[in-house]
Design a protein around this ligand. Structure first.
Ligand code: NAI
Ligand code: AKG
Length: 313
């Protein structure tokens, strides 16, 4: 039996049904997931948390397949210890996320959502919507992997200076994209727009905190379409309230969906979107096939094509 924790395109169900019965749980609580995972051979997961408790409750689990890139909602360490494959779908959504990031940059720098709100409310207060031109400004990309590199490529027509920080990518890669490699402090100091494209893990949780937000220009904007917890929420709130940061565009929240009372969403200089950077028809159709194909491979005794862990034999 395989479990799916959120609704899946029909094509995915069809592929999974070739190797067994499929049970769709719609956004299960931890309690339900711990119970349902006991007899599952495979689990396909979008946002549900596959914790140590879940993994330890499972008796037959062979693969936890992430419908996306970031595996921060899966306890990969415990899965690895127990010989369970964890897979993801790298790079397939990178172009859509990069396109969306460019959209967020334009939206926040040019106050597009506020303009839309004004005109729908029958208002015409153009002077309150003075934006920032991108030409000649500096874009700072933190995390220069699949998405970060595509953001650099897609923004090139805007004639910005592009700098990036990523301690794990070779210098040649930055040269190839015409991007300056800098350290994090330099990036925070010099960027007019800072955009995050790195995974959430022990090293990156809270990477952008009080100290870092005190370095940024007060005219700068922060874009977060990576993971919320990379930025310390209360440090960000203070920076925005005290106008030490001009604005932020955020696609990811610590509790999704966020409460309508989330203090970040109450701020006029914050744009929020409901985790939709990868939500294009093209991406969703490709992801579902890749994620389910790896489930089939593992249940047929083969090695998956997109493992994020390894299993000692
Ligand atoms: N909002 C959304 O819908 C989506 C969000 N994401 C998030 O974006 C993240 C990045 O995705 P990809 O670019 O596809 O992943 P990727 O693995 O291709 O690139 C991530 C880059 O971050 C770098 N990195 C790791 N630790 C770092 C650190 N401490 N400082 C600076 N750089 C660091 C890595 O070296 C790598 O080059 C994902 O992990 C996921 O959390 C991904 C897809 C959709
Ligand atoms: O759109 C989705 O399903 C999740 C995208 C995401 O956050 C990821 O790929 O890590």
């Amino acid at each position: 039996m395989h479990i799916i924790t959120e609704p899946l395109l029909e094509e995915g169900l069809r592929i999974l049904q070739t190797v067994g019965e499929v049970k769709v749980l719609e956004h299960p609580s931890q309690e339900v997931l711990v119970k349902e995972i006991v007899d599952a051979d495979a689990i396909v997961v979008k946002f549900a948390k596959v914790t140590r408790e879940c993994i330890e409750a499972s008796k037959r689990l062979k693969i936890i397949a992430k419908h996306g890139v970031g595996v921060d909602n899966i306890d990969v360490e415990t899965a690895t210890q127990r010989g369970i494959w964890v897979t993801n779908v790298p790079s397939v959504n990178a172009d859509s996320v990069a396109e969306f990031t460019v959209g967020l940059i334009l939206a926040v720098a040019r106050k597009i959502p506020e303009g839309v709100e004004q005109i729908k409310a029958g208002e015409w207060r153009r002077e309150s919507l003075l934006g920032m031109e991108l030409k000649g400004k500096c874009l700072g990309i933190v995390g220069f992997g699949n998405i970060g590199q595509r953001v650099a490529r897609k923004i090139s027509g805007f004639e910005m200076r592009v700098i990036a920080y990523d301690p794990y990518v070779s210098e040649e890669k930055f040269l190839q994209y015409g991007v300056e490699l800098v350290d994090l402090n330099t990036l925070l100091k010099e960027a007019d727009i800072i955009t995050l494209h790195l995974p959430l893990n022990r090293e990156t949780r809270g990477l952008i905190g009080e100290k870092e937000l005190r370095i940024v220009k007060s005219s700068a904007f922060l874009i977060n379409a990576a993971r919320s917890e990379i930025v310390e929420k209360y440090a960000l709130l203070s920076a925005l309230k005290e106008k030490r940061l001009a604005g932020a565009a955020i696609d990811v929240f610590d509790n999704e969906p966020p409460s309508p009372d989330d203090p970040l969403l109450k701020l006029p200089n914050v744009i929020g979107t409901p985790h939709i950077a990868a939500m294009t028809r093209e991406v969703q159709e490709k992801i579902v096939k890749t994620v389910c194909d790896d489930v089939v491979r593992v249940l047929n005794g083969q090695v998956p094509l997109n493992p994020v862990n390894w299993v000692e034999t």
